[in-house]
Write a protein of this length. Structure first.
Lengths: 430, 381
């Protein structure tokens, strides 16, 4: 009798424990599952994908991942929409940041919050700006995992800067001295070596030069623009002055990007504004001809914000629960620790978590690729950008106006006022 | 004067004379517009002040003034073409030459000039093919240079082709494309022939209405219908199969239309004669209509083949692996970009495009005679 009682009491003690273990992680992968990962990483990443996915599958033998290259992010989007309509979705899909808000609003993406709770993932570990992009504003929940983040940087020729003792600008006020020192002229007065080339073919490359000074491209009322405000005009005049003096130029139009890159690689430009995701391309093209480094945007009003680009991983809500469980394990792996540092090294896209950037492995990466130090140190300066169609249309009109001013000599105030009128008409129509 | 009028009269009888008059009229209109623009430009320039910037001066000149020089240039070119043609017709064309020996000499000169003109036009039309070929033999750095080169600085005879063949299973892509294109071609032809026969020679009520419905299908682009078709294909479990590539393309409304027009030109008496000989409907279609419309059918086959070979959007939607991927999608997958924006390896993509276009060129060379006959007959109609 006593033995039976002891046994029963022991079982009674064990039952809650079993129950709590059973309830501990309802998103555990408990049986073999194969998942498809749709991505837009082109052929040059095939070997890296196979390597990183291979490491994951070794660590998670129950999960088989089939990476599928779909095409560009636009093609991933159209194929995902069709797959959702058909009910035949991949377990994980890449999603460029401009599509995220639509996915969240239409219920395409799975809510990540329960998975974070179950797996003990700290939301605060995600870089602030990336977390904001992954969050659906209506309910404050994260519906995607930041995978590959990029932002605007200034690549510069460290060899020239060191050899000629050129002072790097830490603030906008120091730019004039930097450009004067960095620029060289031919005997006929034309520019032999540019101090800086502004990337002018997409607005987000130069937008924060203005917004850091408080210029609002679209003001909070949603109906007016600040591009013709006095602060904006002053900035434009400053840049125009540098351009007129031959220190820099505004790269705009077809072929502008390749021309700018080539000038930098040929050491005919000391610095260029571009995306950090090209760091491996720049490094390989330079091939040791000179030392490459990165500087953050010079501070304006103590701000040196830049804008977030890149892509996230989403788990389509229509996948089966078993697939979603496996998909979360895979996505969590790809966006943290070892995997995200591997991605940073091969692609130049930045990791999405503070813990990754503060790890010992990150220090090792920085020793191999010192340019990452500036990126990691300024990660909190990366802000989410407005990817709405309205803003993109407005920003394009602004870009055209700036191109007219910088490249065709159009009058600053009149051109910006004309552009502001057009933009306010566009905003009024929305 | 009389002689000149006689020459003009004989030239007028030539069909080209009307075209030359049209060109001359166009040249006159262009010249007038150009002159107006020029006079306006001079007036505006006279009103410029020294304080005006170059941008303000350019903005003050309107579109007509900016186009004055292009208009005048076009007018000059057209007038030169007309003058050369008139001289040719007067002195070289056999119409106006009475001396036999001179006629023979001019005939030779005419042949040389025609060959030279054909060579020039061919060079312009073939330049993109030439560009594709030499780009496939350049390095990627050379292709990214701001100033293009007309011949590779460092010829890569086989490197790019080897890289492409190593990176992608082009053999599999070719097989997939040949199989899917062949079945699409055969089904579109067969269904097109029977449908066109019904619409052209049939006597059923509602035939015309049905034909209008078929024509209506021509106006709906694939981007509108691909989602429901994709849903259907997916539910049938046909993703990554030949069925997904072929079945949605079994019928072509355009070819039904083309073949109907061709069959309508065949007199019914031929079909009646066939019936008298004991042929049924199938016999009449294949032994009377098809042989009489052979050039059109061959043209239709070739266009179907080329469309199937180049098809990109639908195969990209319904394939997710190399097992059923087609050549157009495969060439696109060779792409490497700078930050997802600019292509970084045009040389390899061009090499892939060269490989993709070879079968089409072979087909054209084999069936050139039928294509030219089909096209010229279509033009005459």
């Amino acid at each position: 009798m006593k033995k039976i009682l002891i046994l029963l009491l022991t079982l009674a003690l064990l039952l809650p424990t079993c129950a709590s273990v059973a309830q501990e992680n309802p998103y555990q992968v408990s049986e073999p599952v194969t998942i498809e990962w749709w991505h837009a990483l082109e052929d040059q990443y095939t070997e890296d994908i196979q390597r990183i996915v291979g490491i994951f599958m070794e660590q998670n033998p129950l999960i088989t991942v089939v990476p599928v290259y779909v095409g560009s992010y636009a093609e991933v989007n159209s194929k995902l929409i069709a797959a959702i309509a058909a009910g035949d979705v991949p377990a994980v899909s890449a999603a460029s940041v401009e599509y995220l808000s639509e996915y969240f609003a239409s219920g395409i993406a799975e809510n990540m919050e329960p998975y974070f709770t179950a797996w003990g993932v700290e939301k605060d570990d995600f870089v602030k700006g990336y977390r904001a992009t992954a969050t659906y504003q209506e309910d404050g929940n994260m519906y995607s995992l930041p995978f590959q983040a990029s932002t605007q940087v200034i690549y510069y020729n460290k060899s020239i800067v060191d050899n000629e003792n050129i002072p790097l600008p830490e603030s906008w006020d120091q730019m004039d001295a930097y450009l004067q020192a960095a620029t060289q002229f031919n005997p006929d007065g034309t520019t032999k070596r540019w101090g800086l080339i502004f990337a002018g073919w997409q607005p987000h490359y130069f937008q924060t030069f203005f917004t850091n000074y408080g210029v609002e491209i679209v003001k909070s009322d949603g109906l007016t623009t600040g591009i013709a405000d006095p602060v904006s005009i002053e900035i434009v005049k400053q840049i125009k002055d540098w351009i007129d003096r031959g220190y820099c130029y505004f790269a705009y139009g077809s072929g502008a990007s390749s021309t700018m890159r080539q000038l930098f690689w040929d050491q005919k430009a000391v610095s260029v504004v571009h995306t950090c995701s090209l760091i491996t391309t720049y490094t390989s093209k330079i091939d040791g001809a000179f030392q490459l480094d990165i500087m953050g945007f010079p501070q304006a009003n103590s701000k040196s914000d830049t804008l977030l680009s890149g892509n996230h991983l989403i788990i389509p809500a229509k996948a089966t629960q078993a697939e979603k469980n496996a998909a979360f394990v895979f996505s969590n792996y790809m966006t943290s620790g070892e995997a995200s540092l591997l991605w940073a090294e091969v692609s130049g896209y930045m990791p999405g978590r503070y813990s990754t950037m503060e790890s010992a492995a990150a220090d090792v990466l920085i020793q191999r690729m010192p340019a990452f130090e500036a990126l990691f140190d300024n990660v909190d300066c990366i802000q989410p950008r407005d990817n709405s169609d309205t803003f993109n249309t407005v920003a394009d009109e602004w870009m055209v106006a700036l191109a007219k001013i910088f490249n065709e000599g159009a009058p600053v105030e009149a051109t910006l006022e004309e552009a502001a009128e057009l933009i306010e008409e566009i905003l009024a129509d929305q | 004067m009389k002689r000149m009028l006689s020459h003009l009269e004989r030239m007028r009888r030539s069909g080209w004379f009307d075209i030359l008059i049209f060109l001359l009229s166009t040249a006159c209109v262009m010249a007038l517009l150009g002159l107006l623009g020029y006079l306006l430009e001079q007036r505006i320039i006279a009103s410029f002040t020294p304080e005006m910037t170059e941008y303000e001066r350019q903005a003050a000149l309107g579109t007509l003034t900016k186009l004055s020089r292009p208009f005048l240039t076009i007018a000059a070119i057209l007038a030169a073409c007309v003058a050369i043609s008139l001289i040719y017709m007067r002195f070289i064309s056999p119409l106006l030459i009475e001396n036999q020996a001179r006629q023979r000499a001019m005939r030779k000169l005419r042949t040389y000039l025609q060959h030279a003109g054909a060579f020039l036009v061919s060079a312009i039309i073939l330049f993109p093919i030439y560009w594709m070929l030499i780009s496939a033999m350049k390095t990627s750095d050379e292709l990214l240079q701001p100033v293009p080169t007309l011949w590779p600085v460092q010829i890569q005879w086989t490197e790019n082709f080897k890289a492409v063949l190593n990176r992608a299973p082009f053999g599999q892509y070719f097989i997939n494309t040949i199989i899917s294109t062949f079945f699409i071609m055969v089904s579109q032809l067969l269904i097109g022939i029977f449908a066109a026969y019904g619409f052209s020679k049939g006597k059923s009520k509602g035939k015309d209405f049905m034909f209008i419905v078929v024509l209506g299908a021509l106006m709906i682009p694939i981007q509108v219908t691909f989602v429901p078709i994709y849903v259907l294909i997916s539910k049938l479990g046909w993703i990554n199969t030949f069925q997904a590539l072929i079945v949605p393309n079994l019928v072509s409304a355009y070819f039904i239309f083309l073949l109907r027009q061709s069959f309508m030109a065949v007199d019914d008496s031929y079909l009646e004669a066939g019936k008298v000989d004991g042929m049924g409907r199938i016999g009449a279609v294949f032994y009377v209509l098809v042989p009489m419309c052979k050039p059109t059918l061959i043209t239709v086959s070739i266009i179907t083949f080329i469309n199937g070979w180049n098809s990109y959007f639908w195969p990209k939607m319904v394939t997710t692996n190399d097992a059923r991927r087609t050549i157009a999608v495969g060439v696109n997958y060779l792409r490497r970009t700078f930050a997802g924006v600019e292509v970084a390896n045009y040389n390899e993509i061009m090499a892939g495009a060269v490989l993709a276009v070879i079968p089409v060129i072979i087909l054209f060379l084999l069936l050139q005679k039928y294509i030219m006959t089909g096209l010229s007959k279509a033009a005459m109609k």
